[in-house]
Design a protein around this ligand. Structure first.
Ligand code: CA
Length: 228
């Protein structure tokens, strides 16, 4: 049975979460502060961490950064604050999914199963090669013509998602849902901003694309550059 570590300072919310997880067949442990949670994540080696962002001792986003530097355990972030910027920041720092309070037990269970499925099916996987571009999910490294690209976590995830679908047009809605786990909002610029960063790192522009071409009104496609 998967072991879930719950890091949550509110005793009532924590007890309710542990009860719900226990009823659904998970092994559980818990911590009431960020530091205790970090310690437990390292020593207990849980299969997944449910992390409340509003903790008394450390900011949840900072805790996530510390956790990521010592562990690759999947993390579902829980926030009372339905703020897109904060959610994007935690996903950028390596959270696998997020939930906004109040939590429904069935939804939490579904998200946990989805994250565990992804984290186990992701491994091991082989690198994707598109012309001079090599994207290796195992090492989370991407190279262009042999040169290691300096990518932020979400830039890598975006590049990986597109390279695994090389030649296909992928919509921004799909990217937002699959790479960021966010619902589509018409004014959302998250995907555009990350695409432009990624283009810069690949040494190309929207006007002069090589690997990443925008299909107006549809989405974006990664494909081998045409010989010029
Ligand atoms: Ca809290």
């Amino acid at each position: 049975m998967p072991h879930v570590l719950v890091i949550e300072d509110d005793p009532q919310v924590r007890a309710a979460l542990l009860r719900a997880l226990d009823e659904r067949g998970y092994a559980t442990s818990s911590a009431g502060t960020g530091l205790a949670g970090l310690h437990s994540a390292v020593t207990d080696q849980p299969d997944l961490v449910v992390l409340d962002l509003g903790l008394p001792d450390i900011d949840g986003v900072e805790l996530l950064r510390m956790l990521r530097s010592v562990s690759a355990v999947p993390v579902i972030v829980v926030t009372a604050r339905d703020e897109e910027a904060e959610i994007v920041a935690t996903l950028d720092r390596g959270a696998d999914d997020y939930l906004v309070k109040p939590l429904g037990a069935a939804q939490l269970d579904a998200r946990i199963r989805a994250v565990l499925r992804r984290s186990t099916s992701d491994d091991p996987v082989s690198a994707v090669v598109v012309a001079g571009l090599v994207v290796d999910p195992a090492s989370r490294e991407a190279r262009l013509d042999g040169r290691l690209l300096d990518l932020a976590p979400k830039e890598f995830d975006l590049l990986r998602y597109l390279s695994e679908r090389a030649g296909q047009v992928v919509s921004k809605r799909e990217l937002l849902a699959e790479v960021w786990r966010l619902p589509y909002g018409g004014a959302d610029k998250t995907v555009d901003v990350h695409l432009s960063w990624l283009r810069r790192k690949l040494g190309e522009t929207a006007q002069q694309p090589r690997y990443l071409s925008t299909v107006r009104g549809v989405g974006v496609r990664l494909s081998a550059p045409e010989e010029s």
